[in-house]
Design a protein. Structure first.
Lengths: 331, 220
């Protein structure tokens, strides 16, 4: 156990399972409510994906959590410690990647990491080694002596992530970490997040693009216009918001099959992709086995071969849109 | 307490900025050149002229450097990364002010040593006479620069736009830094330095305190 960890243990109960706890937290900007009585928890080791449209209140939530916003009502606890009452204790536990944050142009990658490491309380004798480790972990080793003004968008985002990791936080708060990145950089950032989670770090990340977090989040929280709509695991959400099933049929004569299927009861044709795959929507309550049988019978009657037939789970995107729509309708 | 760390960090950042490099090289050169081109300036020693010129130019440059860099940093949310760590808001403000002010004092020292060397070697003025004659302007310069830097710091914190911060700190820094100097000339006889010095010091302190309070309340 390092000195830093020992010091931390004196202030914080690291066995508290709920690493983050929001208790009826509200934040107003004048007459605008940015966050309305939000209550949720994040379990240690989880990845909570925080999703909502632009301006929904995601950044406000995160800035409250990391202590950048102090004038709010309710309570926020990190490992059982109140953020407002003991900011320094919480700051040692937290790593934060703010959205679109910049660095002074004269800094080099090494300088960024060592400066923020020192400010986070790392001792000078461990700083060099830790800087090297983090740079290696996020793929910045070759840029270590380069000025930040010379870095590409993807590399700069890795540096933002690296500064959040420099002091070995237990909780990583990432505000839109994939925004503005090309597909390769998105993949790399996701990999880095997965790697830190493997090491026991809890992650709270936001996005307005569900596909960015769908494949890494263990839990999803949906927020819209300051109101937290739902917090659950992706599987629970899928079960709860049964939106029917998508059946995908692959056939070399997909067009012919599609003509045959058109109009059959219980079948709604969604799309044809690549000229060989048809996606069929099976509404909730319709017997999937019957539909499968109908499709196969139709194929046999038409003399059309079927290469594969599989069911696809409803995507979280649909659930998310349904949640947002429902709220819009209610209002 | 992260102030020493922040101060060293700011010194590292500022000493190589264009404005500070300009100060290091440009200000001693400008004052010597001006004296060279206009030797009739009241028979004033190069060193006295340099000290007086730095009151205005050095203070203005310091104010602009602070105003633009703070406004730029705030636009880029640079301070978010400081404030999520055990850093107090007042430490950020004071470290920035001190860094530029200390660099200005360095510039002043370089300029004065060059000017004294010219006075002694070129004009043959005895060093003890020079030292006696520059004490007052030097003290005023030091106090006025503090006031100008505090003004630049406050302007940078208040303004959202870097361009507006540049114009405001250029104007205010230049104008306000000469207030104690003007007070000394207009209201007091030579040697009555206490009031203008006190005025400059109190004004600097109040302006810096105001900057700290505004920065403490400002939504970043």
């Amino acid at each position: 156990m390092s000195d830093r960890t020992r010091k931390l243990s004196a202030d914080v109960d690291e066995t508290v399972q709920k690493i983050v706890e929001f208790r009826e937290v509200s934040k107003w900007y004048g007459k605008t409510c940015a966050l309305r009585e939000a209550s949720f928890t994040i379990e240690r080791g989880a990845i909570l994906g925080y999703i909502g449209p632009n301006g929904a209140g995601k950044t406000t939530t995160m800035r409250i959590l990391v202590g950048l916003i102090k004038d709010y009502s309710g309570n926020v606890l990190v490992s059982g410690v109140d953020v407002r009452n003991s900011p320094e204790v919480c700051q040692r536990l937290l790593g934060y990647l703010p959205q679109g944050v910049g660095f002074q142009s004269w800094r080099t990658v090494r300088n960024v990491l060592s400066t923020y490491g020192r400010l986070s309380g790392l001792a000078p004798d461990v700083l060099g080694e830790r800087t090297k480790q983090v740079a290696e972990a996020v793929g910045l080793t070759e840029y270590i002596d380069r000025k930040v003004s010379q870095l590409s968008g993807g590399t700069l985002q890795k540096l933002r992530l690296a500064q959040a990791l420099i002091h070995e936080p237990s909780l990583l708060v990432l505000d839109e970490p994939m925004t503005g990145l090309d597909p390769a950089s998105r993949y790399q950032v996701k990999q880095i997040i997965k790697d830190v989670v493997q090491k026991g770090v809890t992650v709270f990340l936001s996005s307005h693009v569900l596909s960015d977090i769908e494949d890494i989040a263990t839990h999803i929280a949906v927020i819209d216009r300051g109101t937290l709509l739902r917090v659950a695991s992706p599987d629970d959400l899928r079960t709860e918001y049964q939106l029917g099933t998508t059946l995908e049929v692959e056939s070399p004569q997909a067009a012919k099959l599609m003509t045959g299927l058109d109009g059959l009861p219980g079948i709604e044709i969604l799309d044809m992709a690549d000229g060989v795959r048809i996606q069929l929507h099976v509404p909730q309550g319709t017997d999937l086995d019957n539909v499968t049988l109908t499709v196969m019978s139709c194929a046999v009657n038409l003399g059309v071969p079927i290469r594969s037939l599989k069911t696809l789970r409803p995507s979280l995107e649909e659930i998310y849109l349904k949640l947002i729509d429902r709220r819009g309708d209610a209002q | 307490m992260r102030l020493p760390l922040l101060l060293v960090d700011e010194l590292r950042g500022y000493y190589r900025t264009k404005a500070v490099v300009l100060m290091w090289i440009g200000l001693p050169l400008i004052s010597i050149l001006l004296k060279w081109l206009q030797p009739e300036i009241e028979g004033m020693d190069v060193s006295v002229f340099t000290a007086l010129m730095l009151t205005s130019l050095g203070g203005t440059l310091g104010a602009v450097t602070l105003g633009t860099s703070i406004a730029g940093d705030m636009n880029q949310h640079v301070y978010d990364l400081f404030l999520i760590r055990p850093v107090k808001r007042y430490e950020i403000v004071i470290s920035k002010f001190l860094a530029v002010y200390l660099l200005l004092l360095g510039v002043l020292a370089v300029s004065m040593v060059s000017a004294i060397a010219i006075d002694t070697l070129v004009y043959g003025t005895p060093v003890n006479l020079i030292v006696a004659s520059i004490q007052e302007p030097l003290l005023l310069t030091v106090a006025s620069m503090a006031f100008a830097c505090a003004t630049g710091t406050a302007v940078g914190i208040v303004m959202d736009s870097v361009a507006v911060a540049a114009i405001a700190s250029l104007y205010l820094g230049g104008q306000l830094s000469s207030v104690p100097f003007l007070v000394a000339i207009l209201l007091f006889k030579s040697g009555d330095l206490l009031f203008p010095l006190l005025l400059a010091a109190v004004a600097a302190l109040l302006t810096l305190s105001l900057a700290v309070v505004i920065f403490g309340r400002r939504q970043l």
